[in-house]
Structure formats: C-alpha cells, structure tokens
Design a protein around this ligand. Structure first.
Ligand code: PMV
Length: 348
C-alpha cells in the first residue's frame, strides 16, 4: 500500500484586536479587521499529520487520540478547496499521483486544553490546512492558504503566519480579499513575551459562533465598535507594532479586550466570559502599571476566563513575579524558573 504523508504544526494566535462578528456565516467573513500575535512553536500548538492513499476507504480524523467526525460544513469546505487546488495541479501534470481523489487520514494533537478559550480551533484548522497543502505540494502562499483556513475557523487564518498578523476583513462578497497578512515577523520584536494564565480549562460557556451571532443581532454598542472604534485601532496598532511601541500596543490591547467583553455584555441575553479571577487579574495589571508610572503589562481575554498577559522581556521578573505572588494557583508556572517569579512588587 502506498501512503503519501506530510506533517505540520501551527501555533495558537491570540488576538490583540479582536474579531467578533460575522457578516457571512458560511464563509466566515468578519464584520471587522483584527490583529493577533502568534505564539512560538514551543508554547501552545497543534501538530497535524495528513496521509492520502488509494487504499483508504473514507476520510478520517483523530483529534487527541479520539476519532472525530469530519462532517462539519467548515471542515468539508477546507477539504473541498484543498482538493480543488490539487486537482488543478494534477490536470496540468499527468505524471502526478491523483491524491485529490484519495481519501485522507488526519491525525491531530494539541498540547493544551481544547476549546477552553485558548484558540484551539485556530491552531487546529491552520495545522490541518498546512499539512494537507504540504501533502498536496501546493504553493506555500500563506495569504492564499489563510483564505481556506478562515472557512474552518475565522481566527485560524492568522495562525498561518508567525509573529504579528493582521486579518484584513475585505469587502468582496465571495471573501477572496478576506485574508491574513504579516504585519511583522516574530524576529522584529523578539523581546515581546506572552504569559497565559489558565484560570479554568473547562469547555467554554457560549461557543464563539453562537456568541457572535447574538452580539451582531442584539447589541447597539456593537455598531459603534465596528464602525468607529476598531477601524481606527487597526491602523494605530499596526503602527505601534512597527515602531515597537509597547506603551501604545499595551493600551490598545487592553482597551480592545474590554471593548469586546463590553459588546458581549451588551448582547441580549448577555454573554459572560470573564469570571471573578479574570477581573482580579485585570485590576492587578492596572495597579502594577500605575505603580510603574507607565504600561509594562497588558492583558487580553478571548471567549473564556483565561488571561494572556503581554510584556517586554526586560520586565519579566516584575510582571510574572507580581502575577505569581497573587495568582500562584493558576496553571503553568512550573515552566518558569524561580528567578523569573521572585521579582514581584507589592500591590496596595
Ligand atoms: O475563530 P473563532 O470562531 O474561534 O473566534 C475567535 C474569537 C476571539 O478569539 C474571541 C477573537 C479573535 O480574534 O481571535
């Protein structure tokens, strides 16, 4: 039996300017552009292997060791696009094996809790699209591939790139201009660090698609956010990244997280993703920045209570030490050495 295989990884990306709202649900076209930072491969990532063989009887997917359905319209849309691109290559070169006609076996593993507001679907669909694109030997044009990953999960389009990434919402109805582009590679700002405080690894309360639909349909504040607030922030945040201006980047990141959670609260019925621990983390970061006299740490929260804290490496001991002092119970500290955790300051 001949089996063709390829393996790829994709890291999680954490939005600093949030995507929240779809103008087209089946194509995953957003109501606003967004910006994110892709974490490094050593942090949270999905590892996916794809195999194609004439002997496989059906498409199958194993996620973290368990057989999963491939029936979701989103996964089907990704597979159909990738097969169509491969079929075009095969029709131009008759010597190529007809992989587009073979069934696929896909094995995918996350090194973090699935669906806990840690953007597992972003890394998942990005790794799936990368692995199959590599198996099919398609051109590695990440913006092009991002349009396919976007159909799996909107935020997945941003995980095709490392570093600082923008998802341009586009204006076309068919979504051909709704794609991820690089703002700057990770190497541009290597001292930028992210700490993830896992407040809870439960499955999230309201899935993002349901939450977005409800916000779009019921929140008045949402209109202000997408028309007035985000377009301005999109340009300002890109500039802050290019200039490595942590102060501006941090302020915009925190304000945008708050704006996103505000439109969730303004939905009817309201959607709550933050819990009491999340709110305590927000207060602590503000107090720390106040004591320092400028912004050295910035929080952001996705569709769940877990915090991501951005900081510059130069302030690592102070930021992590302070968070550790007050939130030693959250997961993940074991990865850090004691010297990074002992530099905390006393708040109040
Ligand atoms: O791509 P989805 O459907 O998982 O939605 C992601 C939504 C947020 O994580 C809250 C924001 C974002 O831009 O990633």
């Amino acid at each position: 039996m001949t089996v063709h295989t390829a393996t790829c990884t994709a890291p999680v990306n954490i939005a600093t300017l949030k995507y929240w709202g779809k103008r087209d649900k089946s194509l995953n076209l957003p109501t606003n552009s967004s910006i994110s930072v892709t974490l490094s491969q050593d942090d949270l990532r999905t590892l996916t292997s794809a195999a194609a063989s004439a002997d496989f009887q059906e498409d199958q997917l194993w996620l973290n060791g368990a057989l999963e359905s491939l029936d979701s319209p989103r996964t089907k849309a990704c597979l159909a696009d990738l097969r169509a691109l491969r079929a075009a290559v095969e029709s131009a070169d008759a010597s190529l094996p007809k992989l587009s006609q073979y069934h696929l076996h896909i094995v995918s593993e996350n090194n973090f809790p699935t669906a806990a507001g840690l953007a597992s679907s972003a890394a998942g669909f990005a790794a799936l699209v990368s692995a199959i694109a590599s198996l099919y030997e398609l051109p590695q044009d990440m913006s092009e591939l991002s349009k396919i990953a976007r159909k799996g999960s909107g935020s997945a389009c941003r995980s095709l790139f490392g570093g600082f990434v923008a998802w341009e919402m586009g204006a076309l109805e068919d979504g051909l201009d709704s794609k991820a582009v690089e703002v700057a590679p990770l190497a541009h700002w290597p001292t930028m660090k992210a700490a993830i405080l896992v407040v809870s690894d439960d499955k999230k309360d309201t899935p993002s698609t349901t939450g977005m639909q409800s916000t779009v349909a019921t929140s008045d504040l949402f209109q202000h956010r997408i028309h007035e607030v985000v377009p301005k922030r999109f340009e300002e945040m890109k500039k802050a990244i290019v200039n490595k201006d942590f102060e501006t980047f941090g302020e915009l990141t925190m304000k945008d997280s708050n704006s996103f959670h505000a439109v969730c609260l303004d939905s009817y019925p309201p959607i709550f993703y933050l819990n009491d621990t999340s709110k305590k983390i927000i207060k602590l970061v503000h107090k720390l920045n106040e004591l320092e006299g400028h912004i050295i740490a910035a929080y952001t929260f996705d569709a769940g209570p877990n915090a991501v804290i951005y900081y510059d490496e130069a302030n690592e001991a102070k930021v992590l030490g302070t968070l550790h002092k007050y939130f030693a119970q959250v997961q993940g500290w074991d990865k850090k050495d004691a010297s990074a955790l002992n530099g905390g300051v006393d708040i109040d």
